[in-house]
Structures are given as C-alpha cells and as structure tokens.
Design a protein around this ligand. Structure first.
Ligand code: NAD
Length: 502
C-alpha cells in the first residue's frame, strides 16, 4: 500500500472556556443510599476531570466497603416491597423515569460531555439510547411470559415462575457512563430486583445526576449509587454475601477479578468486557460504503467503544482502493472540544493515563516500522487528544491487531481467501462483535456464521437496537444486555408442581 498523508489534525477549541456546564448542573457529590444523598464514611474524595481542558470539575467520594454495606442493606430491605408490584406498576415507574430523563436530556448531554469529553452528538445518542432502554424495558416486562402451565407428570400441574434474583451489584465503565448504567438498571428494576451501582471513578457525574432526577419516582433503597474505586468499592460489591449477582461492564482484567471474588459466595456473574472487532472486507464489497461506515464505527467516541470497527481485514486485491477511501473519510473528521460545536465528531481520550496507554501502542507500532496512512500522533495543546489514525500493512499477530487499543486507531491487514479471513478474524482472545462486507449472499451467511462474535453485522457496523441482544463470546464475557435476553439474565426460573390427584 502506498497511500499516506501528512495532513496534521488540529483540535477545534470552544470559543469560551467552561461553557458546557454551570456549577448548578452538577449532582450532589455524595453517595445516594436509601433514597437520600449521604456523605461517605471514608471521607476521602476522587477528582473528576474534564478531559478536554484537564480541569477538575468535581470531587466525589472514594467509597469504602462500609459505604457499600449500607447501600446493600437498603437494597435488601427495599426489595421486599419492590418485588410485590405487579408488572404494570413497575412498568409505569420505568415510563416515568424515561419521561423525567427526556425532560432533562439537554442537561444530561452537557454533563456527560463535560465529564468524558465526548462530542455533543455522541452524548445525545447516549441519552436518547438511555431513554429508549427504559421505555423498551417498561414494555417488555409486561409482555414476558413463561412456558404454559400443564401436567407433565401424572396428576401434577407444573407452573413456571420467573422471579427476580434479589439485589444486583452493578459496576460500570467510563466510556458510556449513563448508557451503561441504563442498560443494567432498566432490566434489573423491570425484573423486580433492587440495585447498588458503582460508576467508574472517572465518570460518576451522570449516574449521580440520574439518581437525583429519579429520586422521587422510586421507593427508597430500590436504586443506590456508591462512588469509588474498583479494587475497594467494586470489590466489596463482588464479594458481598447479600448480593445475588454482580454485573460488570469493563475490562477483561476487572471481569476476571469480580468473577474470582464472586466464586466464594457462588453469586451469579454477568460480564460485558472488551472487544477487538474484525471488519472483513471482501473483493466484491462496496468499498466506499465500507469506508463511510468506518468513519463513524471506527472513531465513534474517539474509538473508546467496545464494538469499534478497529481491525480491518481486507482482500489484498482491493486493499489500496479501500485504504484510499478510508483515509479520505478520516481526513474529513472534525476533532474538537465538545463545546466547539454540534458537528465535532472526535473528542479527547478520557484521561491522562488512557492517553499514555494509546500513545504507547502508536509509539511501539512506529518502532516496529508499521506504516501510518494518516494520524499516528498526539495533538498539541490541552486535553488528551490523539489524531484519528489508520495503520496499514500491519503484519499478522502484531499487538495492535490483537489487543484492545481503545482509541481512534484503525489497523488494516490483508488476506487472500475466505478461509484465511475467517481464521485470522477469529484469532483473537475477544469475541464481542464483527462485520462482514460482501455483496455475495452465500458468503454473507456463511462467514457471519463462522465468526466467533456475539454480534455480526453484514454490510454495516455498530448499529444497535434495544430489541436485540448485546454481549460477547470468549474473553468478551457472558450474559446479554438489552432485549428480553437481559430481562431473562436478571431473573431466575422456579418450577412449582401441584399434586391434584384425588
Ligand atoms: P475498567 O475495567 O478499568 O473499569 C470498569 C469498572 O470496573 C470501573 O467502575 C472500575 O472501577 C471497576 N473495577 C476495576 N477493577 C475492579 C475490581 N478489581 N473489582 C471490581 N471492580 C473493578 O474498564 P474501563 O477502562 O472503565 O472501561 C473500558 C473497558 O470496558 C474496555 O475494555 C471496554 O471494551 C469495556 N466495555 C465493554 C462494553 C461491552 O458492552 N462489552 C461496553 C463498554 C465498555
């Protein structure tokens, strides 16, 4: 491949600093336990930073195991009444939550962008998705049924019941703070459980704001938020004997830690972990459409997206043409602070530590001689900005094709036949999502079936809907978010058998 560009990416800055939120937009920076905001028993705090400006915008409690224990006790008590509500009553509460979020959508969008650096368009999609998750679960919980009751043993009537699990502990990541909270809270409450959630220590603001906004809609203790770090507050949730399930969205390492700890109490585990989505482009694909799709799917949320279209495997005969199209798309991306306009497409990375991690991958790729078609560098000035990057001619097995970089970086490898494409696409420890690009119907069915990923798109990438499940295979975890499959995961099955012989 010969295409390369030296166009340097720049950051579009906001005209006025600090225009995104005012101090009155912030939630109370305390734990939310048993229906009210409370100071932490630990007393320590964690600084919350705006990644566009590197300024501290709030300090939230560095929660302790004792804080978690208080929240769990409140959730245990609240579950007794919450489970008694008939589906219609729980559904009405979820609808009211959706309405309340919709009434405050603009505030939530700005707050999410201030805490994560996301472009406003990305936060808007997150908030729209959050509202729709509550509306979907409000409807789905009324429509779920079990197997028909019947006599399966002589003179014995079998009835199958779906029950809540009890109290569910939830741990969420920084890349979609509000949306990931909604993906758990909505089905968990719909199924009749109560919840204690620990948001990422880096991005707790919209989860606390959510609690503030819905405080009068839920009985005390049904929803509890404890802020703090993974190895302390998160670890206590995973170990707590009164928690029936721990549901974590995050990295593989955190997933392994909670699963290990959950084993001691045999609690259920629900894990949505990392991804390294292969994008398999055959010689008959619409190459322009594929490049246009990757402009979004490869760089959405600055590539800090578990389903990001980050690893292209393209047929060698069309590789140059595809890369040319992709570079043209990437050249047009608008990089900027969220307050710099509604058309900003790519923001900063979430933190200094993550910026250094992503730059480490780019520096090591350069040392190994991997060619940069565009980008490949950090962008000067405040904020954790990395130029949207395409790495080409990447050899099989290189670390940047196997490990989750989680930044605005797309790698391109080539293959020569279908079997090789499938083998290499599957040759990573993660299996969250993948896409296949071809106009051949046989190939689209066959390759989609052979790809080891929880979601496979054909001629598309990163399109989600609340009706359909999301979750991974292999190192990407187990359990499903969204859809009736999530309701199922957050419930248990009971068989009651009545002897009616005379
Ligand atoms: P992370 O694992 O560092 O943190 C996630 C959460 O786990 C945080 O709240 C953190 O405090 C907590 N945590 C960390 N160590 C813990 C421990 N020992 N015990 C209990 N909790 C612990 O992940 P992150 O950097 O916040 O998020 C990025 C990761 O999330 C990526 O790997 C990404 O792919 C993944 N992710 C997956 C999905 C999905 O749907 N599969 C969605 C979003 C993000």
């Amino acid at each position: 491949m010969t295409i390369s560009t030296d166009r340097a990416a720049t950051v579009r800055r906001a005209q006025q600093a600090g225009t995104l939120i005012e101090s009155s937009d912030l939630p109370p920076t305390q734990h939310y336990i048993d229906g009210s905001f409370r100071i932490s028993l630990a007393g320590e705090t964690i600084a919350v930073v705006d990644p566009s400006t590197e300024e501290v915008i709030a300090d939230t409690p560095d929660g302790s195991a004792e804080d978690v224990d208080q929240a769990v006790a409140a959730a245990v008590t609240a579950q007794v009444e919450w489970v008694r509500l008939v589906p219609k009553a729980r559904s009405e509460v979820l609808h009211r939550i959706a309405d309340r979020l919709a009434d405050n959508a603009d505030l939530l969008v700005r707050l999410e962008s201030a805490n994560t650096g996301k472009p406003l368009a990305v936060s808007q999609e997150d908030v729209d998705g959050t509202i729709d998750t509550f509306r979907f679960m409000a409807g789905a919980l009324r429509a779920t049924t079990t197997m028909a009751a019947g006599d399966y043993a002589e003179n014995h009537l079998s009835v199958i019941l779906r029950e809540p699990l009890g109290v569910i502990g939830v741990i969420t990541p920084w890349n979609y703070p509000l949306l990931m909270a909604a993906w758990k809270i909505a089905p968990i409450l719909a199924a009749g459980n109560t919840v204690v959630i620990k948001p990422s220590e880096q991005t707790p603001l919209t989860t606390l704001k959510f609690a503030e906004l819905v405080a009068d809609l839920l009985p005390p203790g049904v929803l509890n938020v404890v802020t703090g770090r993974g190895p302390v507050a998160g670890a206590r949730l995973a170990a707590h004997p009164d928690i029936a399930m721990i549901a974590l969205t995050g990295s593989v390492r955190s997933g392994q830690a909670v699963a290990r700890s959950a084993a001691d109490t045999l609690k259920r585990v629900h894990l949505e972990l990392g991804g390294k989505a292969p994008v398999v482009i055959f010689e008959d694909a619409d190459l322009k459409a594929a490049a246009a799709s990757l402009r979004v799917a490869g760089y959405w949320n600055s590539g800090q997206e578990c389903g990001a279209a980050c690893r292209v495997l393209v047929h060698a005969s069309v590789a140059d043409e595809f890369v040319k199209n992709l570079v043209a798309e990437v050249e047009g991306l608008v990089v900027g602070e969220p307050a710099a306009g509604d058309d900003v497409e790519v923001g900063p990375l979430v933190s200094d530590a993550h910026f250094n991690r992503v730059m480490g991958y780019l520096d090591r790729a350069a040392e190994r001689g991997i060619r940069v078609a565009i980008g490949g560098t950090a962008i000067d000035g405040s904020g954790y900005f990395v130029a949207p990057t395409v790495l080409v001619d990447v050899p099989e097995g290189d670390e940047c094709t196997r490990e989750e970089i989680f930044g605005p970086v797309v790698t391109v490898e080539t293959f020569s036949d279908e079997d090789e494409a499938v083998r290499r696409a599957n040759d990573v420890p993660l299996g969250l999502s993948a896409s296949v690009w071809t106009e051949n119907a046989r190939r689209s069915h066959d390759v989609a079936a052979r790809l080891d990923a929880g979601t496979v798109w054909v001629n598309s990438h990163l399109v989600l809907a609340n009706e359909v499940p999301w979750g991974g295979f292999k190192g990407s975890g187990y359990g499903r978010d969204l859809s009736i499959y999530a309701l199922d995961d957050f419930s248990r099955t009971k068989h009651v058998m009545h002897n009616h012989s005379r």
